[in-house]
Structure formats: C-alpha cells, structure tokens
Design a protein around this ligand. Structure first.
Ligand SMILES: O=C(O)CCC(=O)C(=O)O
Length: 281
C-alpha cells in the first residue's frame, strides 16, 4: 500500500507542496543528528586548535553547542553539505519511507540529487533566513524538469523558531526572474506575495514538507534561543541531467530503480562518485 493517499498526491500536484505528518520517528532522525554533532565537534576542535575559541562547549546539547562555539566569531553559512557527507546521510537518503514518498511524487526510478543541506539556523541569523524563492531560481536554466525537495526539521518548528511559509499553487507561475541580495540569496525581482496567499507551516520533528522546485517558499527568522536544525533532500527521476551538480561537486546517486535494481548505488558507490567529481571524501 502506498504511503500517500491519492488525495495527498493530488494536493501536491495542485498546491506544489504537501505536509506529510509523522512520517519519521526519533530513531529515524537520530543518525542525522549524530552526523551533525560529529561535525560540530570537529568544528569546535579545529577552531580551538587554531586558537579561535577557548572552550569546546562539549557538554552543551544539540540545540545549543554550535551557537556557543560560533558566538564570538563572525561565522556565516547557508548550510552544510560536504561537511556532513557520511554513511548516516546516505542511509537517510535511502530511508524506505522517504523513498516510498519520493516514488509517489517523482516516479519509480529515483536519483538522490546530491544537493542536500543541513541548515544551521542560528538564533537571529539572517543568512539562514531564506527569502521567498523557487529552488530552481538557484539553479538557473537546466531545471525544466521536476525536482522534489523534502524539507525535514530535526525539532518542532513554528513561527517563533523559523518554520517555513509557502505560496500554494505558485509552481504554476513558471520560473520567475531573480536577483541576488547581500547575503547571496536569490530573490524574486517582482512582488510575488501580492500574487498569492501565504500559508505558514508549523511542523513537528518527523513531519516532512514536500515541495516542488518551482513552488515559492521561504523560512522565517529563528527568534528562539536554540538552533533550528533541519535537513533538505532532493530527488529527481533517473535520466535527468545532473552535470550542473557534478560540476559543483554535489553529485548524488541512484537511490531506487524497479527497472534496473542492479544500478542502485551503495554508500561506497556514492563515495566513488563524489571522488570522481574531485571532492575529498
Ligand atoms: O531551512 C531553511 O530555513 C530554508 C531552506 C530552503 O528554503 C530550501 O532548502 O530551499
């Protein structure tokens, strides 16, 4: 039986997004949190050995440690990709429930496109407060085809700690022109808010926000005291061109194929593909 009802699939097609409640549990999310904490620990140790910070803040929890490690530094990042490249992320990318959802929305032949990001959304930070955008607005030309983005919070999110907002149906507006702001965000050149109704998306850890690559969405500022962690994954049909990601060292892997199951990539295969793109793994 499919994980999504035909009504949910229809809603995704009509609105360009779908909230899938309660798809994952804490055990599913734990390995992603572990990969993140490992990198936070490496960052703290590196900064300490370079004399940039005095305290490793080792006792602080997932929701606080990076904030304290970065407190005195002017560190800014829109997210982590290679930093958390690991078997945990591979396993999460091929998580059965995630691939079952992707199969309903993308089709049975699925690539994980490598453009995944852990968002280190620190309190009050502007660089991780993403203004209205279509994911394709970041890609430029080569995205005439459907890319499914799955945005997965690692904690409960609401308006206070920086949840997502969406303009339903905006995936039917085509790819709108963009400009860059001072933070490197790609922002629309027109007033797109006046064209649609803003829907705010509070979510629980374990819920998934599925979003079409042309759907306008944004994330609110994190006004809480804790870090708002999330991960976003992207899936496309096998056979769609991915050279533009390969050039950026963000190549992915074949995640599921009913037609040619022998072509599905293992963790070792994915590492080899990243190496072939010139990335140190
Ligand atoms: O995580 C966020 O705050 C926003 C991420 C986002 O908009 C995206 O990945 O397209």
């Amino acid at each position: 039986m499919s994980l999504l009802s035909s009504q949910q699939r229809q809603r995704y097609e009509e609105d360009g997004y779908l909230i899938i409640p309660n798809l994952l549990n804490d055990r599913d999310l734990a390995p992603v949190r572990r990969a993140i904490m490992r990198h936070v620990d490496q960052e703290a140790k590196r900064l300490s050995s370079e004399g940039e910070i005095k305290d490793l803040h080792e006792r602080l929890p997932f929701t606080r440690r990076l904030k304290e490690v970065y407190r005195s530094l002017n560190k800014r990042t829109i997210g982590w990709n290679q930093e958390v490249f690991s078997e945990e992320i591979y396993d999460f990318g091929v998580h059965r429930a995630i691939l079952d959802v992707s199969e309903v929305l993308v089709g049975p032949e699925i690539q994980f496109n490598g453009d995944y990001w852990v968002r280190t959304k620190l309190p009050g930070e502007t660089v991780t407060t993403f203004p209205w955008h279509q994911d394709s607005g970041y890609y430029g030309d080569p995205t005439e085809f459907h890319i499914l983005s799955l945005w997965i919070p690692l904690m409960d999110v609401d308006e206070h700690n920086g949840c997502m907002q969406v303009l339903p149906g905006s995936h039917r507006w085509g790819l709108r022109p963009v400009d860059s702001d001072d933070e490197g965000h790609h922002i629309p050149t027109e007033d797109i808010e006046s064209r649609g109704e803003i829907v705010t998306l509070p979510m629980k850890a374990g819920d998934i926000f599925a979003c079409h690559n042309l759907t306008f969405h944004r994330s609110l500022m994190n006004q809480s005291d804790d870090i708002r962690w999330s991960i976003d994954l992207r899936y496309i049909e096998i056979g769609r061109p991915l050279e533009w990601l390969f050039k950026a060292g963000l190549n992915g892997f074949i995640a599921r194929s009913h037609e040619h199951p022998e072509t599905v990539d293992s963790w070792v295969d994915w590492q080899a593909k990243r190496r072939a793109a010139g990335v140190k793994v």
